[in-house]
Write a protein that binds this ligand. Structure first.
Ligand SMILES: CC(C)(COP(=O)(O)OP(=O)(O)OC[C@H]1O[C@@H](n2cnc3c(N)ncnc32)[C@H](O)[C@@H]1OP(=O)(O)O)[C@@H](O)C(=O)NCCC(=O)NCCS
Length: 149
């Protein structure tokens, strides 16, 4: 599968909302996506298969040196083609550019597939957050130290 990566633009908001609805369990207001994009536009990255948005990643910076992945999703038909890996890698590169030395994320404790995916990309569980999600589910915090080259 030929995939290209590029930045998200606000005109693509509806596609991102649909992708989120189909692939993530939390629901977000439109302005959340636009806020994230405004705050760190170079880390709101899309994986494109032809003209279709196959997946995306976005995040923010918390504290001086910590980047946070806020959302990562690849649409079901496009999974296991390396798109998630590509998005993670580009996000980490953006984090390095702003001198972050760590990436942090939260994941549902029952999302075994994503937890394994993150572990295979160098992330480790660092914390348990009880009732973190709106539906009362628990989250793990996972972290990876970045190495400036
Ligand atoms: C987690 C998620 C983003 C991964 O996206 P993806 O595009 O499938 O990721 P990749 O294709 O890079 O890697 C997924 C697996 O496919 C494997 N893979 C990659 N390319 C492959 C190929 N050509 N053939 C076979 N397997 C392949 C990878 O080795 C990887 O295995 P692993 O999970 O055991 O590490 C995706 O499953 C998803 O969107 N899940 C639902 C949303 C979600 O849970 N998001 C995280 C919330 S915190």
């Amino acid at each position: 599968m030929f995939v290209q990566f590029r930045l998200f633009g606000p005109s693509e908001l509806n596609s991102i909302i649909e992708l989120t609805r189909n692939n993530l369990t939390e629901r977000y207001n439109d302005f959340v996506f636009l806020d994230i994009q405004r705050t760190w536009p170079s880390a709101f990255i899309l994986g494109m298969s032809d003209q279709t948005i196959a997946g995306f990643i976005c995040g923010g910076l918390s504290g001086e040196k910590e980047a946070r992945i806020l959302m990562l999703a690849v649409d079901t038909p496009f999974r296991k083609n390396g798109i998630g890996t590509g998005l993670m890698s580009l996000f980490e590169q953006e984090a390095l550019k702003v001198k972050a030395d760590k990436v942090r994320l939260e994941v549902r404790t029952d999302n075994v597939e994503a937890i394994n995916f993150y572990k295979n990309h160098g992330y480790s569980v660092s914390n348990l957050l009880p009732s973190y999600y709106n539906d009362g589910s628990d989250a793990y915090t996972m972290e990876k130290l970045l190495v400036q080259t």
